[in-house]
Design a protein around this ligand. Structure first.
Ligand SMILES: NC(=O)c1ccc[n+]([C@@H]2O[C@H](COP(=O)([O-])OP(=O)(O)OC[C@H]3O[C@@H](n4cnc5c(N)ncnc54)[C@H](OP(=O)(O)O)[C@@H]3O)[C@@H](O)[C@H]2O)c1
Length: 296
């Protein structure tokens, strides 16, 4: 399969590297990263060990192949800009897969491309962009993919197989939008608090005030999701959130990592979109508003 990774940073480079073992992969990303990859190869350390030359470019005009699968892996705040570039390189036969976090990406993609071209995914792998050409795979996670309409189609099964055959443990879902909501709710409850308190994820379980706050945020976010008809059990999600905190207790959340690097965070796409959706349905969004205010 011809695969383009659009936004080859932490997670895109990792997936691109793994998929490159059995597919033709082009990494599209920023020049400093691409230059090192072309010169010395892409190096991955941690849970995946990889060091190989891959096709990589920062010039969209250099991508001339027919793309079977394009994986969108820019941060949510870059989605609009990315879609404008993607338009130039894909055709009606290209499958567009987003593996981004956040609640507004799918909507943005739907506005620009045919719905039948789009598939969605969530992944709990942990990956860090250490420096150009060098990625650290910090945690092996699970990946779930699905069609927008929930159908378990032949192509979704094929792509799931392709991922599994490349070492990315993946399953399909018949309700991928719910999976995206679940990930966003968990992120809404962990990431901003760790950013505000500059702490590792695990501190949220140790500090009783923060632990209670996590619970209240989680419940508020679930009420918003359920007002949109998502149908999530608040206690299940709170338990899942505790599990995620426990499993990642030594980690700094991606939001805190961005904050420390003086980069933008994805808070507007996560808590910000929750606020937007909640307000439309007259659901209280106070906690998400406070978090967004403090992080932004
Ligand atoms: N990292 C993880 O472990 C992980 C796990 C699950 C999900 N995710 C989600 O996956 C998405 C990507 O996360 P990430 O951590 O991989 O972010 P990242 O390391 O910042 O990677 C995105 C890369 O895309 C580049 N980029 C943005 N716009 C571009 C454009 N128009 N053309 C070329 N390159 C462009 C960025 O460059 P600049 O930084 O220079 O803008 C960056 O190098 C996010 O939604 C995140 O929440 C990440």
């Amino acid at each position: 399969m011809n695969i383009v990774i659009f936004g080859s940073g932490a997670i895109g480079s990792l997936f691109g590297a793994l998929l490159s073992n059995k597919n033709n992969v082009i990494l599209y990303g920023r020049k400093p990263h691409v230059d090192v990859i072309n010169r010395e190869g892409l190096k991955i350390d941690g849970k995946t060990i990889f060091h190989k030359k891959l096709l990589a470019t920062s010039n969209i005009k250099e991508i001339k192949t027919n793309i079977d699968l394009l994986i969108l892996s820019v941060k949510s705040y870059d989605t609009d800009m990315a879609l404008k570039e993607i338009e130039k390189i894909i055709d009606d036969n290209t499958i567009l897969l987003t593996i981004q976090n956040g609640l507004d990406n799918v909507e943005k993609i739907k506005n620009e491309f045919k719905h039948k071209q789009i598939i969605c995914g969530v992944t709990t792998h942990g990956s860090i962009f250490v420096k150009p050409g060098f990625i650290l795979h910090t945690g092996i996670g699970a990946t779930v993919l699905g069609e927008l309409n929930g159908v378990v189609s032949k192509r979704i099964k094929n792509i799931v197989d392709l991922f599994n055959n490349s070492g990315i443990i993946t399953k399909y879902s018949n309700d991928i939008e719910k999976e995206i909501w679940i990930k966003a709710i968990i992120n809404s409850s962990i990431n901003p608090l760790t950013t505000i308190f500059k702490c590792r994820n695990g501190y949220l379980l140790k500090n009783p005030i923060l632990f209670n706050t996590v619970k209240f945020i989680c419940y508020e976010s679930v009420r918003i999701a359920n007002s949109e008809g998502v149908n999530i059990n608040p206690d299940d999600i709170f338990n899942k959130t505790k599990e995620v905190i426990n499993d990642t207790s030594d980690n700094y959340s991606s939001m805190l990592q961005s904050y420390k690097k003086y980069k933008k965070t994805e808070i507007n796409s996560i808590n910000g979109t929750l606020i937007e959706r909640g307000k439309k349905r007259n659901i209280d969004t106070t906690l998400n508003e406070i978090l967004t205010l403090l992080v932004n």
